[in-house]
Design a protein around this ligand. Sequence first.
Ligand code: AKG
Ligand code: FE2
Length: 328
Amino acid sequence: MLFDSVPIIDVGPLVRKQGHDAMAEDPGVRAVVRQLDLACRHMGFFYVTGHGVSPALSQAVLDVGHEFFSLSESQKLRIGMSSASGFRGYQKLGENVTKGHPDQHEAIDYFKEFEPSARPENPLVGPNQWPDSVSKFRPLVQDYLGVMIGLGRTIMQGIALALGGPRDLFEGDRAGDPFWILRVIGYPPVSNLNHVSDADGDEVGCHEHTDYGLLTFVNQDQNITALQVKTKCQKWIWVDPIPGTFVVNIGDMLTIWTNGLYQSTLHRVINNNDKYRVSVPFFYEPNFNARVEPLSFLQNNSVGIKGAKYAPVVYGDHVIKKVLNNFG
Ligand SMILES: O=C(O)CCC(=O)C(=O)O
Ligand SMILES: [Fe+2]
């Protein structure tokens, strides 16, 4: 089965039944699980509706993002990212580099904070940086993080069932204490509004990449189409914003755990609109110290896969390498 557009999944039944012992037998949950399985196998991207996150909260987070990016550069740089801040904070246009290309976006990065006992040599240890000139920024984003961590856990239960595992497959040492990343991103319009490819590489908001972890939830401005996904037929398609939804995509750690059954999908951002675009991706990740390796029950499956196709990685090492590559 091939998708030529991103499927929409109403996860309402899963949200209502998550955590219940009998959830796997619930007909509504089973229908959601089937759709998650198809979307993850064949597309790696899907929209979710029925997720229970307040549209007003999602919108408020985008609004404070716009407000922050409209500040002067010197105000924004008051929360500038550096190695001393654990690579947390504001980065200027072009400072983020994807696979050697400077991206045409500015952003603020937040990571889950570490316990005081964390290894001091971990370069991501540091304080999150909050702009005090945008009122409510911090409490809004913190509320949002709380609900998104819950939604990430719920969808991972659905994915666990879709793989034929128990609902708590991704709890405990795998993702019971999930790391998370939140980026508030601003994309200025490109100067050439007919620009749709990254052949010259310099007008792309975010160059093609796959995400690092388990699941990404993109909260994006309505009325601006800028995100593109590469389908299994190698065709770039636009992912239009749909009111009340998140765009969800799977990350590299899920590729490894599923032994390639669910593959993270290439995507990129080109804002060839005349409006400034804000998006806020929330990345739901494994435990920082999780050892990620193909699940044994997925090493011999019906599609003829024999053995592990991926070497084990420690998630934290993977994310440190990626962040240092982007900014180090
Ligand atoms: O802005 C977007 O729509 C997606 C951004 C993205 O892919 C990322 O930050 O990993
Ligand atoms: Fe991404």
